[in-house]
Design a protein around this ligand. Structure first.
Ligand SMILES: [Fe+2]
Length: 340
C-alpha cells in the first residue's frame, strides 16, 4: 500500500514537473515569437516600408464652375539627408506626371548639408510653377526625442530644437528657379491660361504663423483659392475657411508614421483629429483639406508602418463635378514603373 502510494506521488511529481516544463517551454516560445515578430516588424518598418515610395492620387471638385482641370503635385516632409539617393531619384521622376503646379509644404531638410540633395530631388520639377512654405525641419536640425512625448498632452512637452539649418540658402535657390515663397504672402499666379490665388503661413508647429498678415476675403475671380501651411493646425484652417479658400494643403503629420491597420494614425503631432492625419477631408462646409503623409522621417526615428512615404497628385475639378467617393479619397497608386 505504502509502495503504491509512493509510486502515485512520484508519478504525480513527474507529471507536475512535466506540466511546468511544458508551460515554461510554451511561455518561452511565446516570448521568443513576440520578440521575433517585433524584430521583423521593426526591420520591415526601417528597412522596407521607409523606402516604399508611393504616389497617391485624388480628385477634388474645388475649382470655379467651368474651369478646366488643374493638376497639383503635393510634396512634403522630405527630411532629406545627403545620401538618400533613391528618394532623390524617385521625386525627380515625378516630373513625368507633368503637373500644372508643384506645392511643397516644408520639412525639407534633416542635415545642414542637405540643400543640394533637396534641389537634386526637385530637379526637373523646379522648371514648373511651384509654391512653398517651410516647416520646423527647414529651420532646425532634428534631435533625438523620446517617442513617448508624441503621446503626451501638448502643454507638458518642452520644445527641443537642434541647430539652425540653412533654410535661407534653400529659399534663395527655390526662388531663383522661379518658385514662390508663400510665407505670409497673398498672391495671384497664372497657371497656363488660368489664375490661381494662393496664400500661406509660416509653421504653426513652431508658433511662427501670423494669419493676420494674410487675412481678408480671398478674391473670387481666380479659378482656385489655395492655402498652404506646414502643420494643419485648426487655428489656421478656421480662418482660411472663413476667408473663402477652396483648398488647404499641409504636411507635418507624416500620416501618423506608425499606423495600426484598421485603426489608422495613433497621433497627429498637432491639434487635428487622427482621422485627418493623411489624405483628403472636408474642413467646414466649403473648404477641403489635403494632408500629405510626406516622404521622410526624422533620422532618429527612421521607421514607417502601414504608412509608406508618399507624394500626391491632386486633380482639381470644377465644383459640382461628379467625383466618386473612392476617387476623392486619395487612392494609392503605383508610381511610374521606371521609378525606383
Ligand atoms: Fe516632418
Amino acid at each position: 500500500m505504502i509502495r503504491s502510494l509512493d509510486r502515485a506521488r512520484i508519478l504525480d511529481d513527474v507529471d507536475t514537473v512535466g506540466n511546468e516544463d511544458r508551460s515554461r517551454s510554451l511561455l518561452g516560445r511565446f516570448v521568443l515569437g513576440t520578440v521575433a515578430l517585433g524584430v521583423a516588424t521593426v526591420g520591415y518598418a526601417a528597412g522596407v516600408e521607409r523606402r516604399r515610395w508611393t504616389l497617391r492620387t485624388a480628385e477634388l471638385p474645388v475649382l470655379t464652375a467651368g474651369a478646366p482641370p488643374l493638376r497639383i503635385l503635393h510634396i512634403s516632409d522630405l527630411h532629406m539627408l545627403p545620401g538618400q539617393e533613391s528618394k532623390q531619384r524617385w521625386v525627380a521622376a515625378l516630373d513625368r506626371l507633368e503637373p500644372d503646379l508643384v506645392v511643397n509644404t516644408g520639412d525639407n531638410l534633416a542635415h545642414p548639408r542637405a540643400v543640394p540633395s533637396v534641389l537634386r530631388a526637385l530637379g526637373p520639377l523646379l522648371q514648373r510653377p511651384g509654391v512653398f512654405v517651410f516647416g520646423s525641419n527647414d529651420y532646425y536640425a532634428p534631435k533625438p526625442k523620446n517617442p513617448a512625448r508624441y503621446l503626451m498632452p501638448k502643454g507638458r512637452k518642452k520644445r527641443i530644437h537642434g541647430r539652425r539649418l540653412p533654410w535661407r540658402d534653400l529659399r534663395a535657390a527655390l526662388i531663383e528657379y522661379g518658385w514662390l515663397d508663400l510665407t505670409h504672402v497673398r498672391r495671384t499666379l497664372t497657371i497656363g491660361e488660368e489664375r490661381v490665388f494662393a496664400a500661406g503661413v509660416d509653421d504653426p508647429h513652431l508658433r511662427r504663423d501670423r494669419y493676420s498678415d494674410i487675412s481678408g476675403r480671398a478674391p473670387t475671380g481666380p479659378v482656385l483659392r489655395l492655402g498652404l501651411t506646414h502643420s494643419p493646425e485648426p487655428r489656421v484652417l478656421d480662418p482660411f475657411a472663413a476667408d473663402g479658400y477652396d483648398l488647404v494643403l499641409a504636411g507635418h503629420t507624416h500620416g501618423g508614421q506608425l499606423r495600426v491597420p484598421g485603426l489608422g494614425a495613433l497621433v497627429t503631432n498637432c491639434e487635428i483629429d487622427r482621422s485627418r492625419a493623411r489624405g483628403v477631408s472636408r474642413w467646414g462646409a466649403d473648404m477641403w483639406l489635403h494632408v500629405s503623409a510626406g516622404l521622410g522621417t526624422s533620422p532618429y526615428a527612421p521607421v514607417r508602418f502601414a504608412c509608406p512615404p508618399e507624394a500626391t497628385l491632386l486633380t482639381l475639378l470644377p465644383r459640382g463635378a461628379r467625383v466618386p467617393k473612392q476617387r476623392r479619397r486619395a487612392a494609392r497608386r503605383r508610381a511610374p514603373s521606371d521609378v525606383r
